[in-house]
Ligand binder design. Structure first.
Ligand code: 9GP
Length: 860
């Protein structure tokens, strides 16, 4: 018979189960309880960190009430669920977000005040959860917030890295130094260790086909590692729905090897335990570069295998036949990183569930969905066949089988087209042969999408062109990225959020989930009092940023100036170099101006922040000259991140000179803010007047910070690229500042650079002059910058010399527009008002409806 539930007296259980605390008195009580018991501390020695921990634990109790309820209802109703597999979740801080989503920020602020603390100080104690590099990981975090807010049954799966993205320090000379990010050192109140949820994951060993008329094989031997679950609660905004982000930690299957220990081999005894723990020790700090490192492949398999085992176990509890798997499960592959899930599910279905090949393939190709986030060739993942064979021998067999059947069907459709077969093969010929993960993700998925219109078109016409011809266009779509307005407006810009609620005469609980209602702000562009209030909020946000810089770096910023911001990962294609060369051009121009002319100039403060991929030892400036010289210089810039390190160095050294120059310092200053993070972005974005998104056309898949700035009323200066294009469509081209060549021109220009180069002095004298000044040592360290400058003088893969003049012209248009403050503020209001499309709620609903086929579940 079925076990009685609950055990004991149901009445007693029910009486004791708590609800969410909403009264200030119960909030203070739970806070003090946690101080007393969970933290074992006394009221008289409680510091801000302790207060943060107590507040967090108390909020967590509330989240858990909803989280349990959500899990229970999902289990009872067994709706189709979606799983978002991402190697990165760039969550940032949690406390403020949780308080706002629960609608309890005011009550908690009052509560902690009664106990002698300020909410601001408490919030400031929290460390960012920085388990991501940039846009891709932050997008995953926004999608979790939107899934919960839209009451969609979506779980995230990722890795619990011991060290997140490195901390960036900038030496006085402008070098980026990297320190590890021990974010778990103070304990993490937001995670729940689930030591009971653990799976064994195998590596290495050997795979033997049974050859018994079935496709089955046995994979045995090698190393087994344990994946242990840590759950992170994801609260929706003003709803009970609280979803889960499950992060895996690697552990040795056995603590240590007793045989080695007994034989006196002490190092050997702990070796396997160390190598198991290493798998989830650190986030790879490169986006847009695939390195083919064994540890990275281990991370990918460890995570996909554990996640699939967990998803399968949950599916099996429903008691349906395995062929119905895709009716209950949709799995989203965030970039190619989780592509091994495709052969892994094949392996499980064939070797463990004893399914015929065709049935297994049918299940797989109805379960997975693949999002591509870049078309940059150096970012497209390829794994060397020998490495795969060594680490995952059974998976390589399966990949070969998938490839064989796939190429047979291509041959059938395009008989005799050998070139096509070679182009489309999952295996790239060469030394060594490599597996093309994007192709595997594509053919193993039900649908494929890019992340903005232009990018999705490029995916279809470039990297996956053959696959579109073979599989038909309907498999390929677009879901333009989005951002959560909870964190990126309500939380980071509370004054603007409050003004919007008053103006719209509706509670933020409504418009934050129906962001197109911002359009109702449009008539207010004509209301002078409103414009004044709008401008005053921007000004106070600028002062808040200045205060932050003053207290953290001891620098004083001119808050009367226009704030011009470029914050993102450093990368050649994002062209921070173009920006700093533009700053130098402005400086040189100012130096040549008369006092009279200067009076007409509007002061400008330029901010940069962002991390460069660590150079480790290969690409530090010392070793750069020893690189193989026959390679074109731009290619070296791809292979090694030294270019971006030099850009940081140039920014820092230019800042040092111009911020001290009495001729210009009131009109132009420049700051590189170290250690860019989600929390820093929350202070920078609301303070920006203009932000720069200036990638070479066709290289930035979408960009999402562009959306954040615009939502906060900052105007956009950018190229016709990624989501900039759709932002301009929404807000109107007259409200953005566009420049530069368009995507279709890029290839021709690159061809010209290679085969008909024009000396830069001829092609772009203004840029040549700037480069020559740097070479002449105006900012010191002339030799140091030479390789960077030469990538522009020769090759110029990212077309700085083609776009420089129009960039300078666009900057001048920004200056001009800013002089008319009334018009500027109107543009700013219009921009915010038209950003509704870019809510991640819209994006996640598109995935839910057109891709995953899942429905919202009301948690009563
Ligand atoms: O470079 C893209 C960025 O443009 C996009 O906004 C983000 C989220 O879709 O993904 C980035 N891609 C990667 O980080 C690596 O593919």
């Amino acid at each position: 018979g079925k076990e009685k539930w609950p055990r004991g007296e149901e009445k007693v259980w029910k009486e004791c189960m708590r609800d969410v605390d909403t009264e200030v008195s119960s909030i203070t009580k739970s806070f003090v309880n946690h101080v007393q018991t969970s933290l074992a501390r006394q009221p008289y020695n409680l510091d801000n960190l302790g207060a943060y921990q107590a507040a967090a634990l108390s909020v967590r109790d509330n989240l858990l009430v909803n989280w349990n309820e959500t899990a229970l209802q999902y289990t009872r109703k067994a709706p189709k669920r979606a799983y978002y597999l991402s190697l990165e979740f760039l969550m940032g801080r949690t406390l403020d977000n949780a308080l706002l989503n629960l609608g309890l920020k005011d009550q908690y602020s009052q509560g902690v005040k009664k106990l002698g603390f300020s909410m601001e100080d408490i919030l400031d104690q929290e460390r960012d959860a920085a388990l991501g590099n940039g846009g891709l990981g932050r997008l995953a975090a926004c999608y979790l917030d939107s899934s919960a807010s839209q009451e969609l049954p979506v779980w995230g799966y990722g890795l619990r890295y011991k060290y997140g993205i490195f901390q960036q320090l900038i030496s006085p000379a402008g070098e980026q130094l990297e320190a590890p990010d021990p974010w778990l050192d103070n304990q993490n109140p937001w995670e729940l260790p689930r030591l009971d949820v653990a799976y064994e994951v195998r590596f290495y060993g050997h795979a033997d086909r049974l050859n018994d008329g079935t496709p089955r094989a046995v994979w045995a031997g090698g190393q087994e590692v344990l994946a242990v679950a840590y759950d992170v609660m994801i609260p929706g905004c003003y709803t009970k729905t609280t979803n889960n982000l499950r992060l895996w930690e690697s552990k040795p299957k056995r603590g240590f090897d007793l045989n080695s220990f007994n034989a006196g081999n002490y190092e050997g005894a702990v070796e396997s335990s160390n190598s198991a723990a290493a798998i989830t020790s650190v986030l790879y700090p490169n986006d847009h570069t695939s390195f083919g490192k064994e540890l990275r492949l281990k991370q990918q398999y460890f995570w996909t295998a554990a996640s699939l085992a967990d998803i399968l176990r949950r599916f099996k509890n429903i008691g349906k036949p395995i062929t119905e798997f895709p009716d209950y499960v949709a799995i989203q592959l965030n970039d190619t990183h989780p592509t091994l899930a495709i052969p892994e599910l094949m392996r499980i279905l064939i070797d463990e569930e004893d399914q015929p090949w065709a049935t297994a393939w049918q299940i797989v190709t109805n379960t997975f969905f693949y999002t591509n986030h870049t078309v940059l060739p150096e970012a497209l993942e390829k794994w060397p066949v020998p490495l795969l064979e060594h680490l995952l021998p059974r998976h390589l067999q399966i990949i070969y089988d998938i490839n064989l059947l796939f190429l047979q069907s291509v041959e059938k459709k395009f008989p005799g087209d050998r070139d096509r077969l070679a182009r489309m093969s999952l295996i790239e010929e060469g030394f060594p042969k490599q597996v093309r993960m994007a192709y595997l993700a594509c053919i193993g998925s039900r649908k494929v999408n890019g992340v903005a219109e232009l990018h999705s078109d490029l995916v279809k016409t470039t990297i996956l062109k053959d696959f579109v011809e073979f599989e038909g266009i309907s498999k390929f779509g677009n879901v333009t990225n989005g951002i959560t307005p909870r964190r990126w407006l309500d939380q980071c810009n509370p004054e603007l959020s409050a003004l919007i609620s008053t103006t719209l005469k509706v509670d933020k609980a409504v418009w934050l989930k129906e962001l197109t209602r911002l359009e109702e702000l449009l008539p207010k562009t004509e209301d002078e009092a409103f414009r004044k209030e709008w401008a005053a909020i921007k000004q106070r946000n600028k002062e808040r940023l200045a205060h932050h810089v003053q207290t953290t770096l001891g620098l004083t910023i001119n808050t009367k100036a226009m704030f011009d911001v470029q914050i993102k990962r450093l990368h050649e294609y994002k062209r921070q170099t173009l920006n700093i060369l533009g700053v130098i051009h402005r400086y040189l121009t100012l130096k040549n101006m008369t006092a009279e002319e200067k009076k007409k100039v509007n002061p400008r403060v330029v901010f940069f922040a962002g991390k460069a991929a660590p150079a480790y030892y290969i690409a530090k400036l010392v070793s750069a000259p020893s690189l193989p010289l026959p390679l074109p210089l731009y290619f070296i810039a791809w292979l090694t991140p030294f270019g971006t390190h030099q850009t940081i160095r140039l920014i820092v050294n230019v800042a040092r000179i111009i911020n001290e120059d009495p001729d210009t310092k009131d009109l132009l200053s420049l700051y590189f803010l170290p250690d860019y993070s989600v929390s820093l972005a929350e202070v920078l974005i609301p303070a920006s007047d203009i932000s720069q998104h200036i990638s070479t056309a066709g290289t930035e898949a979408s960009g999402t910070s562009n959306m954040k700035f615009c939502l906060n009323g900052g105007l956009l200066l950018g190229t016709v690229d990624g989501a900039n294009i759709e932002i301009a469509e929404e807000v109107g081209e007259s409200n953005v500042f566009f420049f530069g060549h368009l995507t279709p021109a890029v290839e021709d220009l690159r061809y010209q650079h290679t085969y008909h180069p024009i000396p830069i002095e001829e092609k772009c004298p203004a840029l040549a002059n700037v480069l020559n000044q740097v070479s002449a040592g105006l900012f010191g360290d002339a030799d140091v910058y030479e390789p960077l400058l030469n990538t522009i003088r020769q090759g110029d893969h990212y077309l700085l010399s083609d776009d420089f003049d129009s960039y300078i012209a666009a900057l001048a248009m920004v200056d001009e527009a800013y002089l008319d403050q009334t018009e500027w503020v109107k543009k700013s209001i219009r921009t915010t008002a038209k950003m509704g499309k870019f809510s991640s709620d819209r994006a996640i609903n598109e995935y839910a409806e057109s891709y995953w086929n899942i429905e919202a579940q009301r948690i009563a």
